[in-house]
Ligand binder design. Structure first.
Ligand code: 1PR
Length: 584
């Protein structure tokens, strides 16, 4: 959300209006609704509904991943008409506004193109509208995101940032519960189930906006998770990423008479759930096929004579299976991306496209996100690589090696250059869309003063009885150790704009002996962004152990799921037995 989405808006910006002028005065003075409405209606008129029941109009201004909402709508049997002009908004039978990117550039586009005025007229006329995430926030008077910035002014209130001093991790990422207040209609099937949120800014319920609020959610404080007035709806969460529950929200909006398979009374959601993530390490095998593989301490080759790359299945098939099995998120790591050019690796892009067609939980993709010059001398920026991943269906991208170099540079110079892939991508797409994947290796020492890195006392002493260790970061898939520890890296990348940390551990990878809870505790206590514990899961008990002893927000596993040793549902049932809230 807190992005400065740039180039991608340009296709919409056809008006000659000055981009630096204040937002459309019509839109800003909506507290004086009477006169404003008159002026709107004199200039713009909404035609009555007549077209096909299966067409939905989508306002997509080209920032971030809207492939998911398109896929969800198609999955539900609807075809999509894209808004090209304000008239398309006024003529829509039902309009979805999946706001992505940041508040300021979104308002700039709405004002410059006349879309904002058309939206206000459409909403004033009580036409069927569904705003999603930023599409909810833009309806408010203003936002503090890179602001204050004026919004459409339809709903009283200011959108502000979550207060991390309240002890919560920002961004708010994950599956949370709704308190449904009044008849919201589209939330009728949600009941006590979790829905997926990813944002750093939120609107607060107040006396002034109470007639609009249809549900709230708790995260450090109570914030507005949905609004409804007549046919106008907006949700802060992402229905297109909230699995079957989210699809039922979309279905109820598109076809209010539809009945659902969901039984709302079954859910038990009460707060932000701990996430269980399935990870697919993907690479091309020696025959040239893209396969899901899995290493032992990052060695993905069989120990047989042929020394082949271990092949554990097809990426799209496995991802679909894990979605059905209840994975809260799916990560693809293109593990040879550090040496191959990811945009040359079109199969990986295809994998994302196919997967996002019917997997409706968040998808993360990593590997090879860096600046690159190909064999013909053409230069690609890391931003272009990330943009292609987002366009292909990724919700988050994950940066490994390049984030290590950026952190080293930042620590050395003490200054942000703004040029690293991490800084650029989080500036454009928001920090909630950028994960940093850390590949550390445990290094035992006898004395905490032996090295200039953060050293901790470890639970299990080293081979020579060493009681201390630091965690050395590596690059290029664990092949090269760097002069920086996991603690120093985590703090630096948080400063540089990472929204989440995927914390691997080479020593534990593929061993099935449990997560390195010393490491996970160290990092999750040191940063204010969510931390995903990774490497070493062998049993459901390993998941409860990491959640009970550390502040990890999510736990990720690969081998046990690929080898079908432990189903995702067993992990979740075990966590529930241990009173750890998960999405079921
Ligand atoms: O450096 O930006 O190109 O990113 C490369 C990415 O590929 C990094 O995220 C890095 O972690 C990953 N990677 C590179 N080489 C390997 C390898 O295994 N040889 N995989 C690799 C890392 C680690 C986990 C794994 C967990 C859980 N995989 O993601 O899935 O350890 O496994 P387990 O449950 O079986 O123990 P860049």
């Amino acid at each position: 959300m807190e992005a400065t989405v740039a180039a991608s808006f340009s296709s919409f910006v056809t008006s000659t209006q000055n981009s630096s002028s204040s937002p459309c005065s019509l839109l800003l003075s909506r507290k004086n609704l009477g006169s404003v409405n008159l002026r709107f209606k004199s200039r713009l008129s909404v035609r009555s509904s007549s077209t096909s029941d299966s067409v939905v109009t989508l306002l997509d201004y080209g920032a971030g991943n809207v492939r998911s909402i398109r896929n969800a709508l198609r999955h539900l049997g609807f075809s999509i008409k894209d808004v090209q002009t304000p008239g398309d908004i006024l003529n829509a039978d039902r309009l979805i506004f999946p706001g992505v990117g940041a508040f300021t550039p979104a308002m700039d586009v709405l004002n410059k193109t006349g879309m904002g005025e058309a939206l206000c007229t459409y909403i004033d006329n009580d036409r069927p509208f569904l705003g999603i995430c930023l599409g909810l926030q833009l309806l408010f008077d203003s936002s503090e995101e890179n602001g204050p910035v004026k919004g459409l002014g339809v709903i009283p209130g200011t959108v502000g940032r979550f207060d991390s001093s309240a002890g919560i991790r920002v961004p708010h990422i994950g599956w949370n519960a709704l308190q449904v207040g009044k008849d919201s209609e589209i939330l009728d099937d949600v009941g006590n189930r979790h829905v997926y949120f990813v944002h750093s800014y939120r609107a607060i319920p107040s006396n002034e906006n109470k007639d609009w609020v249809s549900s709230t959610c708790h995260y450090g404080e109570s914030f507005i998770s949905s609004i409804r007035r007549g046919n106008v709806h907006a949700v802060q969460f992402h229905p297109e990423k909230s699995g079957e529950v989210g699809l039922s929200v979309l279905r109820r909006f598109l076809d209010p008479k539809s009945s659902s398979k969901q039984k709302p009374e079954q859910g038990k959601a009460s707060k932000l759930a701990k996430r269980v993530i399935a990870c697919l390490d993907v690479r091309t095998n020696d025959k040239g096929d893209l396969v899901v593989t899995k290493g032992d301490q990052y060695d993905v080759r069989e120990q047989s004579n042929e020394n082949e790359v271990r092949n554990l299945g097809k990426p799209v098939d496995l991802a679909r299976q894990y979605y059905k099995d209840g994975a809260d998120e799916i990560s693809f790591l293109n593990i040879t991306g550090f040496r191959d050019f990811p945009l040359g690796d079109l199969p990986m892009i295809q994998v994302l496209r196919y997967t996002s067609e019917n997997v409706f939980v968040p998808l993360t993709v990593g590997g090879g996100i860096r600046d690159f010059t190909d064999a013909t001398g053409r230069y690609y920026s890391s931003l272009e690589v990330a943009a292609e991943y987002f366009r292909s269906g990724a919700d988050k991208i994950s940066i490994g090696s390049d984030a290590v170099y950026a952190a080293e540079e930042f620590i050395k110079s003490g200054a942000k250059t703004g040029k690293s892939s991490l800084e650029q991508i989080s500036r454009v797409y928001g920090n909630q869309a950028v994960v940093v994947s850390i590949d550390p290796c445990r290094v035992y020492v006898n004395d905490p003063d032996d090295v200039p890195y953060k050293v901790i006392r470890v639970t299990n002493p080293g081979p020579n009885g060493e009681e201390y260790a630091w965690y050395q970061c590596t690059v290029s898939g664990g092949r090269e150790g760097r002069p920086i520890g996991a603690y120093e890296l985590a703090k630096a990348v948080e400063e540089l704009g990472a929204g989440e940390i995927l914390l691997n551990c080479i020593d534990c990878d593929g061993q099935g002996k449990g997560f390195d809870t010393d490491l996970v505790k160290l990092i999750s206590d040191s940063v204010g962004i969510p931390v995903i514990a990774s490497s070493g899961a062998g049993t459901p008990e390993h998941f409860s152990e990491v959640f009970e002893t550390t502040n990890a927000s999510a736990a990720l596993a690969a081998g046990i799921f690929h080898r079908k040793e432990v189903p995702i549902q067993s992990v979740k049932e075990h966590l529930l037995e241990k009173s750890i809230e998960v999405r079921m």
